[in-house]
Design a protein around this ligand. Structure first.
Ligand SMILES: Nc1nc2c(ncn2[C@@H]2O[C@H](COP(=O)(O)OP(=O)(O)O)[C@@H](O)[C@H]2O)c(=O)[nH]1
Ligand SMILES: [Mg+2]
Length: 411
């Protein structure tokens, strides 16, 4: 299509002609012979001027000449299958493209460069060494204790445990950067939930009036705090109401509170936390791992009220006071500890779960009665398998299917 094959890895200008030889576009051609290419295979890139029509004409011409369109994530999948990237790095490609904050993009880049994978690999190597030591002793049970003490196996497994805990903590931070934190604002009608949302979002996303029951549907706004994406949900105020629309709204409030990472229970600072507020809070089922932050709004009218179940953040959606404290409380409730954010890499829920599972096995290895070597070996094998699912050393095809199908087309 572009004439001759250009020299490797050098951009060469070329005209892309249609089937009649008429130019469609005038662009650049780059030739990456394998294995030094993104996928490890021979790769030709055509760079056009962009724009939907011209690019689709170029694509159509390529297809007419025998090419086919790539599936979602196909290039990265090939790179993974050809050993150019491991699975955690391949996932980081998608996370880099999807990053919604700068901190998220930086963390995804760290994962792509291998910060996460390298730590997994070094833990894996240590496990291999330990397994070799332990397994060598399995055929000679009378030497169990001897082998364990000779090679200091117990203290090495326990330092493995410390490293796994730290990696698991960091992966949890990376997961926050990727997946964000869902926060439900709940409270009686008219305490100022919608005003709070508007102040948090920096714009009027929700309607505010002094008529109780104004918010009937859930309203969402996303805001980055310290680079962590927070997804706020403003909800219908909870009260006795015969209005069927309001009742549906309240159902949605309860659903949102049940699945949120953090619930902000909003009350009024001058009035304090009343028995009505408490009844409202008790009427919702809050998720087991959900943290509750109390917000005492309308502090511009006074701070005197009492009765708060735990010290609230006094603030005013009108004047803006107290929001820095609220931000800090939300980050804390979400479990974000890496305020410096250095060294945080992007991670996913499945990575955190795999690390937890490896940690569980290592802990069982440490508590094995009398240090039975075969049980220790078995637990280490489990832990290694769990780590292997992160980098893709052990991965089922259906997992790969799920991961790559979520990529954008052709990445
Ligand atoms: N003085 C004062 N009034 C507020 C504050 N926040 C909200 N309000 C008022 O309280 C009323 C209810 O606010 P709204 O945000 O609709 O409450 P919601 O029903 O909980 O969503 C409105 O008249 C707001 O102007 C505040 O910080 N200070
Ligand atoms: Mg409202």
């Amino acid at each position: 299509m572009a004439g001759a094959v250009p020299p490797p890895r050098r951009a060469v200008r070329a005209v892309f002609p249609d089937e009649n030889g008429e130019p469609i576009d005038d662009g650049l051609v780059l030739w990456f012979p394998g294995p030094a290419s993104y996928t490890g295979e021979d790769l030709l890139e055509l760079h056009g001027h962009g724009g939907v029509t011209v690019l689709s004409l170029v694509l159509r011409r390529c297809v007419a000449l025998g090419a086919r369109l790539a599936e979602p994530g196909e290039f990265t999948r090939r790179a993974f299958l050809n050993g150019k990237l491991d699975l955690a790095q391949a996932e980081a490609v998608a996370d880099l493209i999807d990053a919604s904050t700068q901190a998220g993009a930086r963390a995804a880049m760290r994962s792509l460069e291998g910060t996460f994978s390298n730590q997994i690999n070094s833990l894996n190597e240590e496990m291999t060494t330990l397994r070799a030591l332990v397994e060598a002793a399995i055929d000679f049970p009378e030497e169990d204790i001897d082998v364990l003490s000779r090679y200091d196996v117990v203290s090495r497994v326990s330092s493995l445990r410390t490293n796994l805990m730290e990696l698991s903590r960091l992966a949890g931070q990376g997961r926050l950067l990727r997946e964000g934190v869902t926060v439900a604002l709940v409270g009686r009608p008219n305490v100022g939930k919608s005003s709070l949302l508007n102040r948090l979002a920096g714009e009027a996303v929700a309607i505010v009036t002094d008529v109780p029951g104004t918010t009937r549907d859930t309203i969402r706004a996303s805001v980055a705090l310290e680079g962590v994406p927070f997804h706020f949900i403003d909800t219908a105020g909870l009260r006795e109401s015969a209005d069927p629309v309001e009742q549906i709204g309240m159902e949605r409030t309860r659903a949102a509170a049940g699945t949120a990472d953090v619930v902000v229970a909003v009350g009024e600072s001058p009035a304090g936390w009343s028995s009505d507020d408490q009844r409202m809070l008790e009427s919702i089922t809050i998720g087991e791992t959900t943290r509750v932050v109390f917000a005492a709004n309308k502090a511009d009218l006074g701070l005197g009220g009492v009765g708060w179940p735990s010290p609230p953040v006094h603030l005013s959606a009108h004047s803006g006071i107290g929001f820095d404290v609220l931000h800090a409380a939300l980050l804390d409730a979400a479990g974000w500890t890496d305020l410096a954010e250095e060294g945080v890499f992007m991670a996913r829920a499945r990575h955190v779960a795999a690390l937890q599972s490896a940690l569980y096995s290592v802990e069982r290895a440490l508590t094995t009665e009398g240090g039975q070597v075969d049980l220790i070996a078995e637990e280490l094998r489990h832990a290694q398998r769990a780590l292997g699912t992160i980098t893709g050393a052990f991965s089922a095809d259906d997992l790969l299917g799920v991961i790559f199908s979520r990529f954008c087309l052709g990445k």
